[in-house]
Design a protein around this ligand. Sequence first.
Ligand SMILES: Nc1ncnc2c1ncn2[C@@H]1O[C@H](COP(=O)(O)OP(=O)(O)OP(=O)(O)O)[C@@H](O)[C@H]1O
Length: 331
Amino acid sequence: MEKPSDLLLDIQHLHTGFRLKGKFYDAVDDVSLTLRKNEILAIVGESGSGKSTLASSIIGLYDQKNTRVRGDILFNELNLVGLNESLFNRIRGKEIGMIFQDPLAALNPLMRIGAQIEETLYYHTKLNEKERKTRVLELLDQVGIPDPVRISRQYPHELSGGMRQRVIIAIAIADKPSILLADEPTTALDVTIQAQILDLLKDIQDETSAGIILITHDLGVVSETADRVAVMYAGQIVEVAPVDELFTNPLHPYTRSLLESMPQTDVDDEELHVIEGTVPSLDKMMTDGCRFAPRIPWIDATSHEEEPILHEVSPGHEVRCTCYRDFYFKN
Ligand SMILES: Nc1ncnc2c1ncn2[C@@H]1O[C@H](COP(=O)(O)OP(=O)(O)OP(=O)(O)O)[C@@H](O)[C@H]1O
């Protein structure tokens, strides 16, 4: 049974809108989600579904002038929505570690690896110089880097992509944050290295009990790593479920379509076909009705709800709109 104290992040009715030609359009539209200690929550969806916007809302990294964020993101009773920049600077890196897709872009090309990790420790801890240097080597060892002394003296371009991502992870966990936010952490890496980095994230979760938000478009990554999955489409969560439940009993037509596009899926082949189309751009997004309806035009309009909500179909498994009940694939 989960304890209330396990709750790390409580996102309620989050709307994040971008200004386009003088008008705000919500790229994240009424998203409510929780993250608990020791859990890997995957957020999946095609390009443009709002995953990165959700991540940048959590860590407060957006252009204040052209972005409107409403709702609540509660972290230890602190609301991150509207938090001032100096408080956010204390939370980012220290309480919420970040891992991004492109480690090369996230590292300073002119600074040795050890110095970059030490810089984080300098800003976020009270360790003295000697302690920081020792901790740098411990961190490199923790993320599976062989010969930490040698690697700490190297520059980012001297390391492979997988090694660089390990360095980014070392920086992200340097101050033992309670939350790790990983946005497509393995997309730029080849398959073998991807698996190693995912294993490393799981090891870190085991060792630190951190809650991890893993943003990805890759359901293979999800099946191997996540505990719970939220599927996003056009700014909304369309289905959320424990990982096994999502893979064995996918309900929303969009989830089923994503699963069908996965190689070697277990879902019944005869029944499923990939649905054509893409996520609409922000200014073309429907604001009412089922946003997925245009991609399944053969489903009768009466199957959709006028204002689709998330329905709990079993404990922890929710699906948006009633159309899933009548859904079947047809080419
Ligand atoms: N700064 C911005 N200004 C205007 N529109 C934006 C901005 N950032 C994202 N968008 C739009 O918001 C929508 C959601 O984008 P977002 O990057 O969050 O999706 P995503 O699911 O993370 O996609 P990807 O996997 O390609 O990163 C898209 O239509 C995108 O074009």
